[in-house]
Design a protein around this ligand. Sequence first.
Ligand SMILES: [Zn+2]
Ligand SMILES: [Zn+2]
Length: 107
Amino acid sequence: MSSTVPYRVTDRPLTSPVTTFLWESRGGGRVEASGECPECRCVTVRVWEDVQYVTKGPGSSRGPSGDGGVPRYARCACTTWHVDRPAGVEQGCGASFWIAPPRGAAR
Ligand SMILES: [Zn+2]
Ligand SMILES: [Zn+2]
């Protein structure tokens, strides 16, 4: 797969977080957010291992909630080839952005 969007370092402001990402809890404090990169429109996945709202023990099915609703920083890590991607960079289009917390996750 390739994209016509060239690699470009773009920092999206915290004030306009991406709201289209799907949050999934994988257990053990591991949470994934997947969705479209706001810049290149490729699907990208961001994983956090150090989630504060970890619940202990097996069988925990709590989703990413109770986090205080703080957007989380992510960097595009799509596997699409973007023109002008620097050597050494293997993923993404250069965009970094903030992902809004899951909707409806209010405590
Ligand atoms: Zn991207
Ligand atoms: Zn991309």
